[in-house]
Design a protein around this ligand. Structure first.
Ligand SMILES: [Zn+2]
Length: 59
């Protein structure tokens, strides 16, 4: 199942996620530790973000 990395906007497979973070009762998956760290720094910004385009941090 594909999920979206809320930081960079990349779609990833759950099983391939580098990191999973639970925030406000929702699970977020990340393509890399880097994205996960950014999310941890500012979870509100990313958790509330919707149709934004990522900056392509990776891959
Ligand atoms: Zn990412």
């Amino acid at each position: 199942m594909k999920v979206k990395d809320p930081v960079c906007g990349m779609k990833i497979e759950k099983e391939e996620a580098a990191e999973k973070i639970e925030y406000m009762g929702k699970e977020y998956y990340f393509c890399s530790q880097e994205c996960a760290e950014k999310f941890k720094d500012n979870p509100e910004q990313y958790a509330h973000q919707k149709n934004s385009h990522g900056h392509g941090c990776c891959h």
